[in-house]
Design a protein around this ligand. Structure first.
Ligand code: ATP
Length: 367
C-alpha cells in the first residue's frame, strides 16, 4: 500500500509568496497522478513538500495514513527523479544506481541484484560501466529512473523528467514510463506543464493555477467536463474557442447568440441553461467539434454557421481553419479534404452535444 494524502496543504515562501494554497488531494495506491499547470503554478513545490524537501506552512501530508509533516526525506520511503537527473558525474552508471543503497548499508550482493534487475527493466545493462558524460540524454534519464527503482520505494515522484529530451525521445520515454508504471505496480506523482504528457500518462490529473487546484479528474473528465475556463483552455490543442454570447429563448428552444451566429442547444442542456436566459455567458467549443459542412454527419440549420475563412493551415491528417463570423473568431479542425479557400465563405457545423457554457463573471462551467 502507498497512498498519499494532502489535506489543506499551504506553502508560503518568505512570508509573502503563496506558492500552494490549501491543496487537498488523494493519490491512491498504484495511481499515476499528474500535477499539471503553467510555469509557477506550484507543481514543483507540491512535489517537494511530498518528498519532504520543502517544509509545509500549514496543513497535513500523510503517507499510508501516517502524518509525515516532520519526517525526514530519507525516512519517507519516496524516490524522486529530477528534471536534470542529478547524476554524479564521477561515478559509473552502476555506482550511480547503487549509491542510495550503499548509503543505506545494503549488503553488496543485494545491491548488485537490485541494480542488475533495474538495468534489465530499463534496457541499460550494457551501459553500467559508463560515466554519465558518455551517455545520451535518454540514457541518462533511464539511469535516473533506475536509481529510483532500485530503492523499491513506496512512491515515485517525477519532476518534469522528459523536458530535456528531444521530441522523438520524449514520445518514446512517455510510453516507457507508462509501461514501467504497470510493471512496477507503483504509485507515481508526476509534474509536467505539458498537457499531452498528462493526458497520455495519467490515471488522474490535478490541474493547478496560481497555487490553487482548479480541478481533479481522469483525463477524460478534464477534457470533456472542464470545471472552468482555465482548465478548458489549458487542455486541448488548438485551445477551445471562447466566444462571448447571450442565451435566448426562441422557437421553443434555447439558443446561443453571438455577434456572428445563432445555434440551438440540445434538449438535455435546456433545464440547466434555463436560468441563464438573457444573461451574458461565454460559449466554448473545441476546434475538433467543428466540421466543414461538406463532411459533417448531421448538418441542420440550427447547428450550422457561416463565416469567412481567414487562414487555412493544412497539417496532413487534418486542416485548421481560422474563421471569422461577425466579430467572432474561431478555429476549426476539419477534414483535410476541405475545399476551404482563404477569403471565401464557409459553412461550419457545430457538434452541439459537446459545447460548453461558462459564467462570464466567475468563469466557472455551467455545462
Ligand atoms: P515550473 O513549471 O516553472 O517549475 P512550478 O509550477 O513548479 O513552475 P513552483 O516552482 O512550485 O512552480 O513555484 C511556485 C511559486 O513559488 C512561484 O511563484 C515561484 O516563484 C515561487 N517559489 C518557488 N520556490 C521558491 C523559493 N525557494 N523562494 C521563494 N519563492 C519560491
Amino acid at each position: 500500500m502507498a497512498q498519499v494524502d494532502l489535506e489543506k496543504v499551504t506553502k508560503v515562501y518568505d512570508n509573502k509568496v503563496v506558492a500552494v494554497k490549501e491543496a487537498t488531494l488523494t493519490v491512491q495506491d498504484k495511481e499515476f497522478v499528474v500535477l499539471l499547470g503553467p510555469s509557477g503554478c506550484g507543481k514543483t513545490t507540491t512535489l517537494r513538500m511530498i518528498a519532504g524537501l520543502e517544509e509545509i506552512t500549514s496543513g497535513t501530508i500523510k503517507i499510508d495514513g501516517k502524518v509525515v509533516n516532520d519526517v525526514e526525506p530519507k525516512d519517507r520511503d519516496i524516490a524522486m527523479v529530477f528534471q536534470n537527473y542529478a547524476l554524479y558525474p564521477h561515478m559509473t552508471v552502476y555506482e550511480n544506481m547503487a549509491f542510495g543503497l550503499k548509503l543505506r548499508k545494503f549488503p553488496k550482493d543485494e545491491i548488485e541484484r537490485r541494480v542488475k534487475e533495474a538495468a534489465k527493466i530499463l534496457g541499460i545493462e550494457q551501459l553500467l560501466d559508463r560515466k554519465p558524460r558518455q551517455l545520451s540524454g535518454g540514457q541518462r534519464q533511464r539511469v535516473a529512473v533506475g536509481r529510483a527503482i532500485v530503492r523499491n520505494p513506496k512512491v515515485f515522484l517525477f519532476d518534469e523528467p522528459l523536458s530535456n529530451l528531444d521530441a522523438k525521445l520524449r514520445v518514446q520515454m512517455k510510453s516507457e514510463l507508462k509501461k514501467l508504471h504497470h510493471r512496477l505496480n507503483a504509485t507515481i506523482v508526476y509534474v509536467t506543464h505539458d498537457q499531452v504528457e498528462a493526458m497520455t500518462m495519467a490515471n488522474k490529473i490535478v490541474v493547478m493555477k496560481d497555487g490553487i487546484i482548479q480541478q481533479i479528474g481522469s483525463p477524460n473528465e478534464i477534457y470533456n467536463m472542464p470545471a472552468n475556463m482555465f482548465v478548458a483552455g489549458f487542455i486541448g490543442s488548438p485551445a477551445m474557442n471562447f466566444i462571448n454570447a447571450t442565451l435566448v429563448a426562441e422557437n421553443g428552444g434555447i439558443w446561443v447568440k453571438t455577434t456572428g451566429f445563432k445555434v440551438k442547444v440540445v434538449k438535455e442542456h435546456e433545464q440547466t441553461l434555463e436560468k441563464w436566459i438573457d444573461k451574458e455567458v461565454v460559449f466554448g467549443i473545441r476546434p475538433e467539434n467543428i466540421f466543414d459542412k461538406l463532411f459533417a454527419m448531421a448538418p441542420q440549420p440550427e447547428n450550422t454557421i457561416q463565416g469567412t475563412v481567414d487562414v487555412v493551415e493544412p497539417l496532413g491528417s487534418e486542416t485548421l481553419l481560422h474563421v471569422t463570423a461577425g466579430e467572432d473568431s474561431l478555429v476549426a479542425k476539419v477534414d483535410p479534404r476541405t475545399k476551404a479557400q482563404e477569403g471565401e465563405k464557409i459553412d461550419l457545423v457545430f457538434d452541439m452535444n459537446t459545447i460548453h457554457v461558462f459564467d462570464k463573471e466567475t468563469q466557472q462551467a455551467i455545462i
